[in-house]
Design a protein around this ligand. Structure first.
Ligand SMILES: [Zn+2]
Length: 407
């Protein structure tokens, strides 16, 4: 197996962390000055590695290997969440680049090719997976026209123009060029760390089902309306959320998660009984059967609440994605690589977060690998992974790509 160069991996990651450095993390929103500079720098590193690299019309980067034959595609994203960590995204980009370099430097594997991809705006400053969706041919020009930065309001077109990339052709995947897509990422949770493990082999990227729950009661005076008479929409909605939370553990899957991300009371004043209430509620799981079961339970609990309570409750499903399954053969390639470099220290697990790989999986057999996040922290500037774990992950990632390409 080709040996990765630990110092090169760590120094590339540390250099990327200087673009938009914030405390021990980074603040590098999509197409900010720092993000543009980071992309330019990364293209330079790709070219030094012998890749034919270019930035396209939506700020995706593709570095093409000169090797003949079917190649692996590997990569992730470079922009960060606001005031967030240095590894979320860059880790997968640098691992991909290191795999391309190490495989090309080893006489035994030089014939195998790795193309490196950086997908723009995975973190959603302008839209939803604009870069990876563009790359698989699922993004219309009109969606780019309409996209603007959620924080600053700057349009994506203007941001691309300022970077000097507007009007460039958008690159679209040629699936016949590739045998597989690989993405590495920090876990962003504490499953690996808590279990004392080093490598997570992702089985599937979870589906997200989003709901709006509403309650309608009667707006009235908080002092003069007796408890017997009042119809408090806020209270009934919170009772429903409590009932869901009490019931789900008995029927959910081992890794199901559910979240009430927002509750709004109308009118939301301290001396007024809310006449209306609304909550945004979300489910995540990798198993469609579990999601169906929980969906049915939400509806049953709403019906029950309507039969016993004094408010009218309703549920509306706003969206329901499908889980993205990772390729079985590629999971086995990752297992083998992990077992040889970190015997007994790896596990299979679903990804509770969305990643570019969920879109690439529509075009190529795809795989994802996780390394531990210290304290399970991510989307925060304290996000970190030990140097030792970063280096081990880079080697396992490279070995797995060789396993997959060499068969
Ligand atoms: Zn990420």
């Amino acid at each position: 197996m080709p040996d990765i160069k630990p110092e090169r991996v760590l120094s590339d990651l540390r250099t990327l962390a200087t673009f938009g450095a914030y405390k021990t993390g980074v603040h590098r929103p999509t197409l900010s000055e720092q993000d543009v500079a980071a992309r330019e720098w990364f293209v330079g590193r790709m070219r030094e590695a012998g890749l034919d690299a270019a930035i396209d019309g939506i700020a995706n980067i593709l570095g093409k290997s000169p090797a003949a034959g079917r190649k692996a595609l590997a990569g992730s994203h470079l922009e960060s969440q606001n005031h967030a960590g240095w590894l979320d995204g860059p880790l997968g980009c640098v691992y991909a680049l290191e795999a391309a370099r190490a495989i090309a430097e080893d006489a035994a594997t030089r014939h195998l090719g790795v193309d490196v991809a950086v997908f723009c705006d995975e973190e959603g400053h302008f839209g939803s997976f604009l870069g990876s969706r563009s790359f698989i041919g699922l993004l219309e020009e009109g969606e780019i026209d309409a996209a603007s930065n959620r924080a600053t309001g700057t349009s994506m077109r203007d941001a691309l123009k300022a970077a000097g990339w507007s009007g460039r052709r958008r690159l679209v995947i040629d699936p016949t060029r590739y045998a597989a897509f690989f993405e590495a990422h920090i876990e962003q949770g504490d499953t690996l760390e808590s279990a004392g493990l080093k490598i997570g082999v992702v089985t599937a990227i979870v589906a997200i089902w989003q709901y709006r729950l509403t309650a309608e009661g009667e707006q009235n005076h908080a002092g003069t309306t007796s408890m017997v008479r009042r119809r408090d929409a806020g209270l009934e909605l919170v009772r429903l959320l409590g009932a869901i939370d009490a019931r789900f553990p008995a029927i959910c899957g081992p890794r199901t998660v559910w979240t009430t991300g927002r509750i709004e009371l109308d009118p939301g004043e301290k001396s007024i009984i809310p006449g209306k209430a609304e909550a945004l509620f979300q489910l995540r799981d990798a198993d469609p059967a579990v999601l169906d079961r929980l969906d049915a339970e939400i509806h049953a609990l709403v019906q029950h609440a309507n039969s016993v309570g004094r408010c009218r409750l309703a549920v509306e499903r706003l969206s329901a994605s499908t889980p993205a399954l990772m390729d079985q053969g590629l999971q086995a390639a990752l297992d083998r690589a992990a077992e040889s470099r970190a015997p007994g220290k790896h596990m299979r697990m679903p990804s509770g977060a969305g990643h570019d790989a969920q879109w690439l999986a529509r075009k190529l057999p795809s795989a994802m690998m996780f390394v531990p996040s210290i304290g399970g922290i991510s989307h925060h500037w304290t996000e970190n992974t030990s140097d030792e774990d970063i280096v081990l992950g880079a080697q396992v990632f490279t070995d797995a790509i060789v396993n997959a390409l060499a068969g």
